[in-house]
Design a binder for this molecule. Structure first.
Ligand code: CP
Length: 295
């Protein structure tokens, strides 16, 4: 089995093979394939989740695995047990792979050296969220037929976004042109060497405009003081969406703050692929779980 810790450094060939396998699963005629009967997969969530946790569980069940769901809030983590000791505990019971979401950056890579079963990153701090980016790339490839040559602008709270980082690495590996757009206090300085920051007007001139969830609670000291001000300066408003090219699409990993980073009317608009992204999470995670458990 193979860990999936992140997409930084992953080749275009490997990304393509995961997307191709997801396409196989998206078009698979049966709901349950049972190809991984007898395997046990644990979903270990030390941070909250709706989409990632649920779609991993559906993916695992569609592959025929036995699923163990663990949420830190109901566990001995509340008695002070560490993340490492928790993962080691579940491993000792005989699981075959673990899907993990956690906050501390670097801990997953550290654990990957000590834990023998494959670990799949379901989001680690602001570092990476590889399955989210894979489902985003899958959505783009399905819509445009290719990823190479696309211009993709990622707009919003780049600094806190593992989604932005995983997309940046994977999109660049696949030959897309990535641009970032954020208010000064939401920029990640270390990414400036990899992608330019552009204005919101420039970001609208892209094939894909990917909006990020704003975590306003973390920015009360900054330049953006309210949801209204954020929407006015950086939100995907109906007016801004009308300036996008007819072929261009809007994406968002969700959860969405309606009328903050994206207007309510746009969430389910034909230009928006937000619910398609969520639906693609299942075949992508089937491909990723299968990859982890093979060999
Ligand atoms: N997009 C995403 O990761 O959503 P959840 O936090 O609900 O899993």
């Amino acid at each position: 089995g193979q860990h999936l810790l992140g997409l930084r450094g992953m080749s275009a060939e490997e990304i393509t093979s995961i997307l191709d396998r997801a396409a196989y699963w998206e078009n698979y005629p049966e709901k349950v394939a049972k190809v991984l009967n007898g395997k046990f997969v644990a979903n270990l969530f030390f941070e909250n989740s709706t989409r990632t946790r649920t779609s991993f569980e559906i993916a695992e069940k569609r592959l025929g695995t036995e699923v163990i769901n663990f949420s830190a809030a109901e566990s001995s983590v509340q008695k002070g047990e560490s993340i490492y000791d928790t993962v080691r505990t579940v491993e000792s019971m005989g699981i075959d792979a673990a899907v993990i979401r956690l906050k501390p950056i670097g801990l997953l890579a550290e654990m990957a050296n000590k834990i023998k079963v494959p670990l799949i990153n379901a989001g680690d701090g602001n570092n990476e969220h590889p399955t989210q980016a894979l489902l985003d790339l899958y959505t783009m490839r399905k819509h445009f037929g290719h990823i190479k040559g696309l211009t993709v602008s990622i707009v919003g709270d780049i600094q806190h976004s593992r989604v932005a980082r995983s997309n940046l690495w994977a999109l660049q590996a696949m030959g897309a042109q990535v641009r970032l757009c954020a208010p000064e206090n939401m920029r990640a300085k270390e990414l400036e060497a990899f992608a330019p920051y552009v204005t919101i007007e420039e970001a609208l001139r892209s094939d894909v405009v990917m909006m990020l969830r704003v975590q306003l609670e973390r920015h009360d000291q900054g330049m953006i003081r309210s949801a209204e001000e954020y929407r006015a300066q950086y939100g995907m408003t109906v007016e801004r969406a009308a300036k996008m090219a007819p072929h261009a699409i809007i994406m968002h990993p969700a959860p969405v703050n309606r009328n903050v980073e994206i207007d309510d009317e746009l969430v389910e608009h034909p230009k928006s692929h937000i619910f398609a992204q969520m639906s693609h999470g299942v075949p992508i995670r089937m491909a990723v779980v299968e990859r982890a458990l093979h060999n």
